[in-house]
Design a protein around this ligand. Structure first.
Ligand SMILES: [Zn+2]
Length: 465
């Protein structure tokens, strides 16, 4: 099952109807919570069984929830019931942190099951309540799956933008004979912050996917958020005080930027995972052994490192890789990565963790890229954490370098990215005095005119054209 998100192009009227559906779904959710609270206050059992909840819903009669189709409302009840029983099960097994659903949400995503939606090119018809005209919306790109494979469509909003999530059952890729992935060909994958994936494959081949663009985007976003927060800190409402219109605008803007940042990082992570899977398919790698660092991430490591780890979104990164690999017919094995980046792949002795990107062994003189060392050690691991001795992969010599997130504004100095502060000039947010574009390379400048001169600027010497 794979899911893709597609944006919507809607008229104001369609937009109102879409939000009406989301609101109605939120009302169903709130109704269930309220009903059960009411019952418990009177010493009755809450209704948690899906069939019983449906019966209660149908007692409310048709059109109790605006234009919402009853099948969609039942989807919310199913969600509530599943969440309740999951929490009850965890509680029973002694987990006191498990919580029953209790938080109301104003807008709840609406899931349209099979037969309650239909595609017509880039248009989509969504079922509404009986007696209401169906809701037609336009998509901003074609659905990336064949229409007959689509199983459900979910309408949702993210910071006032409308999307649909299309879930489709995509069959595992098939290959020509002799080209299919061979489970005996193993590659070790070391996930990291600077390099989302470093892969040590068979035949002395390696792949390094650089994620510096993701990190730059994260840094810029963090810096920008801090700056905004500092600017409005004085206007922040006190607890119990209603926010001003200006404050609400600031909050809306912040949410919008947060959502954009998240979308950008996710896109780059998908690109990174896609690169790895494409590389593995080309080399007929049938097993990806992936180091899972999540065992050591819960340790407190100071606020800076905690922030770095949180921005990494490792769970999402690994899910992307697993999803894409399985669709390509590649097996993914998660192993504990403890110690893999500080063990020499040549002589198996422990070496202090290198500070830079180059790993050097003081026992045997081995030299190599630090992340590939991790990958090579991971390739030799079993899920139980033991090291297998029958490793056939030599250390990578042929290394492919790829980048993830080339579209991100952090990769190159983007003049138009307002988050980048100007290097020159003092005006806040200004890129300085507008200057003509420099002449193309190889064009000689006329002597005496427009020659670069050194100008004293504060403490630094700057080249001024
Ligand atoms: Zn060594």
């Amino acid at each position: 099952m794979r899911t893709a998100r597609v944006g919507l192009r809607v008229t104001p009227a369609q937009r109102r109807r879409c939000f009406g559906l989301l609101l109605a779904n939120g009302d169903v959710w709130a109704c269930v919570l309220d009903m059960n609270r009411w019952r418990r206050q009177r010493g009755l059992h809450g209704i948690t069984n899906f069939q019983q909840l449906c019966r209660e819903l149908h007692k409310a009669g048709p059109a109790a929830f605006g234009e919402l189709n009853s099948s969609c409302a039942e989807g919310v009840l199913r969600h509530y019931s599943d969440a309740w029983f999951a929490a009850a099960k965890r509680r029973k097994s002694g987990d006191a942190t498990a919580r029953f659903p209790r938080r109301k949400r104003r807008l709840v995503p609406v899931r349209f099951r099979y037969r309650h939606f239909a595609f017509d090119g880039q248009r989509l018809r969504l079922a509404t309540a009986r007696g209401c005209p169906p809701l037609w919306v336009r998509l901003d790109r074609p659905v990336p799956y064949p229409v007959e494979q689509v199983r459900s469509v979910t309408l949702l909003n993210e910071d006032r933008r409308l999307f649909i999530e299309v879930s489709a059952e995509v069959p595992v890729a098939t290959y020509a004979p002799g080209c299919e992935p061979d489970p005996g060909r193993v590659a070790g994958v070391d996930p990291g912050v600077i390099h989302p994936f470093a892969v040590a494959g068979p035949d002395g081949e390696g792949l390094i996917v650089s994620g510096r663009a993701i990190r730059a985007e994260t840094h810029l976003h963090l810096k920008d958020t801090k700056r905004r927060r500092r600017a409005v800190a004085k206007r922040a409402p006190k607890p119990g005080q209603a926010g001003s219109r200006r404050w609400r605008k600031h909050r809306a803007r912040q949410r919008k930027l947060e959502a954009r940042h998240k979308r950008r990082v996710k896109q780059a992570q998908h690109e990174a995972a896609k690169t790895v899977v494409g590389w593995a398919v080309q080399r007929r790698v049938g097993t990806l052994v992936v180091g899972d660092p999540r065992g050591v991430l819960d340790l407190k490591a100071g606020r800076r490192h905690n922030q770095r780890v949180r921005a990494w979104r490792i769970g999402y990164l690994l899910r992307c890789l697993k999803d894409k690999a399985e669709q390509a017919g590649i097996r993914v094995v998660l192993v504990d990565e403890r110690g893999t980046s500080s063990t020499c792949p040549s002589c198996d002795q422990r070496v202090p963790k290198p500070r830079g990107r180059v790993f050097t062994c003081m026992h045997c003189g081995f030299n190599g890229h630090r992340d590939l060392v991790g990958g090579a050690n991971i390739a030799r691991r079993n899920p139980s954490g033991t090291i297998t001795t029958n490793s056939k992969n030599p250390f990578p010599v042929v290394i492919t370098h790829r980048r993830a997130g080339r579209h991100l504004p952090g990769t190159a100095p983007a003049r138009r990215d307002p988050r980048r502060r100007p290097h020159h000039g003092t005006a806040n947010g200004s890129h300085g005095r507008p200057r003509p574009a420099p002449p193309p390379w190889g064009v000689a400048r006329p002597p005496g005119e427009d020659q670069p001169t050194m100008v004293k600027h504060g403490q630094r010497m700057l080249m001024r054209h």
